[in-house]
Design a protein around this ligand. Sequence first.
Ligand SMILES: Cc1ncc(COP(=O)(O)O)c(C=O)c1O
Length: 422
Amino acid sequence: MSAFEATENFAQNLDAQDSLKHYREKFFIPKQSNGEDVLYFTGNSLGLQPKQTRQFIEQELKDWETLGVEGHFQAKSPWMPYHEFVAEQLANIVGAKPLEVVAMNTLTVNLHLLMVSFYRPTKARNKIVIEAGAFPSDQYAVQSQIKFHGFDPKNSLIELIPRAGETLLRNEDVEQTIVENGDGIALILLGGVNYYTGQKFDFRRIVEIGHKVGAVVGFDLAHAAGNVELKLHDWNADFAAWCSYKYLNAGPGGIAGVFVHERHAENFDLPRFAGWWGHDKETRFLMGNNFVPMRGAEGWQLSNPPIFQLAALKASLDVFEEAGMENLFEKSGKLTSYLEFLLKEIRDERISVITPSNPDERGCQLSIRVKNSDKSLFKAISDKGVVADWREPDVIRVAPVPLYNSFTDVYKFAETLKTCLS
Ligand SMILES: Cc1ncc(COP(=O)(O)O)c(C=O)c1O
């Protein structure tokens, strides 16, 4: 028997017991035309704005206004080391040491910069393993890297494809592909959580097997950072990159993040594209012509960072720190299980959840497959105040986010879906 009930009263009781419920008040929730909050389920696409973000950015505007260039040293949070102020919090989000992370650029840019260092194909070993269903930008990035090195994606790209008639990748098939192609694989680059299906991979195992065959292992954590528990350092991943506008609520196009394992922190022989912000900060302003990289992830920076973007990221990371990752993961598991329960209760064969039912194999997103790719259902729920998204060919993605979604939101979503189906 399930511990859940499909009644509004039950959902309200879950909210009443939720120790994180007041965090919703720290975010702006968009409104419907009738003045009610929308049912916002797209924190996996663009996270909502923390109310304190404005104040963080205004502080920087004020410091710029009153200090001009001196803000680099005299701003309340001096701009010169500003990126260092988020390192510890970012490290906490991805399970890393501060030395191993840095906020810089945007996601696809960072994937390229990291591949410059970590995709070093040779005649014998030049293949990249990626999901066939990876986010298109990742596909474009790896294919262009393969071509850049003079190889052909037709031969050098290994795509992980679910078995015929299946939607999810099986761990054993991923492993088998890696082992069978072991000698030829230069790089394994997987999404931590797949953007379409919501499937979370077994990071530790993939790193273990990848390293065993002599490959480098990196992750695109766009859908994982701030959503699922990550232990990049302990898992021994070589590198990772993520954006901060989804679960990390740093705003559209927000400054992204990278992880480079401590093992590579002082490997200055790794080829890399260089810029002055990656240069040893002790001697950066001596303006010498010889590049001396900083230890750790900071050594991959190119430019001085966008302070307004960093301020927005800091505003959000402070909320995460206060709420506590453990608490967030606990609530997330419960919210998503409740959503899954309610969707099953609808008992309509036109919809099915393709995301793994095992909570260890997913984050908060559930992907609802709609029979016959019928987009009219998505349009109907959107008209009733649901903000979800449609991903071609046939999926509505729904992500209840523990910082600002409530159990009542989840209940109302399921009721809306039920009404629209009938
Ligand atoms: C998994 C994944 N990879 C890459 C990207 C591209 O991100 P960006 O435009 O920030 O480079 C996205 C964007 O949503 C994504 O979801």
